[in-house]
Design a protein around this ligand. Structure first.
Ligand code: NDP
Length: 247
């Protein structure tokens, strides 16, 4: 859908070079936003930005787990595109293993990227949003953060942490005109979920009432709604986009 609800606004999407983040960047650009894509691979981020509808987008190399890098790249984004009014914390990764085999570094990496990454970008953008008395933050968590999942205790903890973070930021910034919500995708077909074999996929599909895996666009259109004016009275919510996996 082409319209212009984000005209004059700048959106920053972490992990917008692939998968769900790329689809989110596409929806926000289609709504008229100038979009900044951040990812560790700056070339991939720039390539994704150059393929978005409209113009004025850009890609930046940034590891969201690194707070100094986030602070300096946020400054670079704002001097190139203008003040960021929409932040989507989407960058994330998994390092799955059963509890006894999880290494310290598996725990730390997943926490640092998924949870601390969202904190780093949010903190870097909060002052400006509060001053302008407007802003929207959307955190991409996971249904696994709500239900837990055997073999994903590190990932589920990071995603559950994002839920607490979302609700706290929503409470803290509401009086300053800033909304913060989370979207919890179920099973979405991307590079992240590619690794499962046929048997695992079939078992998973049987647990989805709507009977199919999700596409990145299924999530991206919900993010567009939450970022836009129709969601002006919604803050602190976690919206599952999962075909009914968690009811
Ligand atoms: P992909 O693996 O397809 O893409 C991940 C994106 O995040 C890439 O753009 C990647 O770019 C970026 N990224 C990863 N680590 C970092 C980092 N340290 N700093 C900056 N960018 C980073 O993932 P999906 O699209 O599947 O997932 C997107 C989000 O949705 C994640 O938070 C994931 O947990 C969540 N999610 C996904 C589900 C699914 O079924 N696919 C289900 C529920 C939630 P680069 O490699 O260049 O850094």
């Amino acid at each position: 859908m082409m319209s212009n609800e984000f005209e004059g606004n700048v959106a920053l999407v972490t992990g917008g070079s692939r998968g769900i983040g790329r689809a989110i960047a596409g929806e926000l650009a289609a709504g008229g936003a100038k979009v900044a894509i951040l990812g560790r691979d700056g070339d991939a981020a720039a390539e994704a930005a150059s393929n978005l509808p409209g113009s004025g987008h850009g890609g930046w190399s940034c590891d969201v787990a690194d707070s100094e890098a986030v602070n300096s790249q946020v400054k670079a984004v704002e001097s190139a595109l203008g003040p960021v009014g929409i932040l989507v914390n989407n960058a994330g990764l998994t390092r799955d293993n059963v509890l006894m085999r999880l290494k310290d570094e598996d725990w730390e990496l997943v926490m640092d990227v998924n949870l601390k990454g969202a904190f780093n970008t949010t903190r870097a953008l909060t002052r400006g949003m509060m001053k302008r008395r407007s802003g929207v933050i959307i955190n991409i968590t996971s249904v696994v953060g709500l239900t837990g999942n055997a073999g994903q205790s590190n990932y589920a903890a990071s995603k559950a942490g994002m839920v607490g973070f979302t609700k706290s930021v929503a409470r803290e910034l509401a009086s300053r005109g800033v909304r913060c919500n989370a979207v919890a995708p179920g099973y979405i077909e991307t590079d992240m979920t590619d690794a499962l074999d046929e048997g695992q996929q079939e078992a998973l599909r049987s647990r989805i009432p709507l009977g199919r895996f999700g596409a990145p666009e299924d999530v991206a259109e919900v993010v567009r709604f939450l970022a836009g004016p129709s969601a002006r009275y919604i803050t602190g919510q976690v919206l599952a986009v999962d075909g009914g996996m968690v009811i």
